[in-house]
Design a protein around this ligand. Structure first.
Ligand code: APR
Length: 180
């Protein structure tokens, strides 16, 4: 980890800046596309770190719809699982993007719970190539996680893994409203 870890919700939520592939958690969430057959960004990083078996496992999943997520083993990763979430492409905000993005977080948490995951790390889904503005995306991510942690048992630690100082600052600013 790059060092600074900011904690919220009695320590159950952490926000940090790091490469998600090196985190010591039970599951990391991938920002995938509907094919689930890899790509650039965090998708590329996760496939590189997990090794070729990850792509083989994804081939048998038959893709996933935007707003949905599917789970595979983590193979060479520290994490036991990769949860492949397909975030929406940003088209200005009036094409159901918010609900689709929220769905990614809820589906990922459901899958994590079903696999006895205790510690899960999320990237900033859809905020890279898919163009979702970071602040509303952070709000949606944190509200979905807060609601889950307040109503469901099982998951003990959620890590929001940012990949830039700007995203880290934004996530922490939003968290001071949403997670405090
Ligand atoms: N660890 C953590 N976060 C990362 C890493 C990494 N190693 N690499 C990139 N990121 C961050 C980006 O900086 C961004 O904040 O992940 C966030 C999501 O960006 P993208 O990876 O571009 O994903 P997304 O915007 O959801 O677009 C998905 O991109 O890579 C393709 O196959 C993928 O078609 C899909 C699309």
């Amino acid at each position: 980890m790059d060092g600074v870890v900011t904690k919220f919700l009695e320590g159950r939520v952490s926000i940090l800046r790091d490469d998600i592939t090196v985190l010591n958690v039970d599951a990391i969430v991938n920002a995938a596309n509907e094919s689930l057959l890899g790509g650039g960004g965090v998708d590329g990083a996760i496939h590189r770190a997990a090794g070729p078996e990850l792509l083989e496992a994804c081939r048998s999943l038959g893709g996933a719809k935007t707003g949905d997520a599917k789970i595979t083993p983590g193979f060479a990763l520290e994490a036991a699982y990769v949860i492949h979430a397909v975030g929406p492409v940003w088209h200005g905000g009036d094409h159901g993007e918010a609900e689709l993005l929220r769905g990614c977080y809820v589906r990922a948490l459901e899958l994590a719970s079903r696999h006895d995951v205790r510690r899960i790390a999320f990237p900033c889904i859809s905020t890279g190539v898919y163009g979702y503005p970071i602040e509303p995306a952070a709000e949606i991510a944190q509200q979905a996680v807060r609601h889950w942690l307040e109503h469901e048992a099982g998951i003990e630690q959620v890590v929001f893994c940012c990949f830039s100082d700007h995203d880290l600052e934004t996530y922490c600013r939003v968290a001071s409203r949403v997670l405090s």
